[in-house]
Design a protein around this ligand. Structure first.
Ligand code: C2E
Ligand code: MG
Ligand code: MG
Length: 286
């Protein structure tokens, strides 16, 4: 029990104490169970990739998809990335899972782009810090293996990934950019939002975190933040993407503010590969 309390204290930073409460051991057991299941899931290949369309706000058409990891858990059903990615990162299991997602996503993007002259859809894939640092050759390998044009792959990284070791990250980013891959800063506004690095980093897009989109049009502070972020992105020559758009009002506001791209439940939830393909083949526009 003392041990669990110590871990709890450490997880909140140094120089503090925690008193043991029974919920700590429940949580520890749950975590152990989940970790065991997750290891097994990698062996048994229980992961899938779902795809959420990204819409060009000028034309209302789908121009890209974001690949999101899903776990088909034998007892708990389909789990979203939010339920297991953190543990996967902490245990290093993100590396096999992430590779699988990248391979599957590139394969789909290649397939879906066939017969389309405009170079769409492109594919956005999330990359965790440890993948970025420890699997440097994975991206060129997967690109070669699937034959996807690197210009159609965008990698999403968070500010945390970059800020953690900025000089190192900058070097890696530049090398990958040399292949033709593009980069987006994910969850922008939620992390450090360091303008110094934003200026120096070879990124192409900014994805405004859902937290600011929620209050759009209703909360003047959120509207001001979104408007300023779009302005900032544009003066730096970046494409601005709004995440988590859930209503027609938010969409109208984003169009008014000149945002470039958007994704969210208002357009579509993340879909299975087959459903995403059908949506792309149809003529839905927003
Ligand atoms: P993210 O990259 O910011 O992805 C967006 C998340 O918001 C997804 O959750 C998506 O399902 C959800 N979302 C999309 N539209 C809406 C909306 O309108 N409203 C609300 N409330 N939510 C919406 P998901 O799939 O659970 O992913 C959570 C996070 O896990 C992702 O955040 C990303 O950081 C990470 N992740 C997902 N797949 C992968 C992966 O293959 N590799 C790595 N390294 N990370 C991943
Ligand atoms: Mg993302
Ligand atoms: Mg995000």
């Amino acid at each position: 029990h003392a041990d669990l309390a110590m871990f709890e204290a450490k997880s909140h930073g140094k120089g503090r104490y925690e008193v043991f409460v029974p919920s700590m051991s429940t949580r520890a057991t749950e975590r152990l169970d989940l970790e065991r299941d997750l290891r097994r899931a990698v062996e048994r290949d229980e992961f899938e990739v779902h795809y959420q369309p990204i819409i060009d706000l000028r034309t209302g058409e789908i121009v890209a998809f974001e690949a999101l990891a899903r776990w088909r858990h034998p007892e708990r059903g389909l789990l979203a990335a939010a339920d297991f990615i953190r543990l996967a990162e902490e245990t290093g299991l993100i590396r096999p899972i992430g590779r699988l997602v990248l391979e599957e996503a590139c394969r789909r993007a290649k397939e879906w782009g066939e017969g389309r002259a405009d170079g769409t859809p492109s594919m956005s894939v999330n990359l965790s810090a440890s993948q970025f640092a420890r699997q440097p050759d994975m991206i060129p390998e997967v690109l070669t293996g699937t034959g996807l044009d690197p210009r159609r792959l965008q990698l999403e990284i968070t500010e945390r990934t970059v800020m953690h070791n900025a000089e190192f990250a900058l070097g890696k980013l530049r090398r990958l950019k040399g292949l033709g891959v593009s980069f987006a800063i994910d969850d922008y506004g939620k992390g450090y939002s360091c303008l110094y690095y934003l200026k120096r980093m070879p990124v192409d897009s900014l994805k405004i975190d859902r937290a600011f989109i929620t209050g759009l049009g209703e909360n003047p502070d959120d509207t001001a933040i979104v408007s300023a972020t779009i302005g900032l992105g544009h003066v730096l020559g970046l494409q601005v993407v709004a995440e988590g758009v859930e209503s027609a009002e938010q969409l109208a506001e984003l169009r008014k503010l000149g945002c470039d791209l958007a994704q969210g439940y208002h357009f579509a939830e993340p879909l299975s590969g087959e459903a995403a393909e059908r949506l792309l083949a149809g003529d839905t526009t927003w």
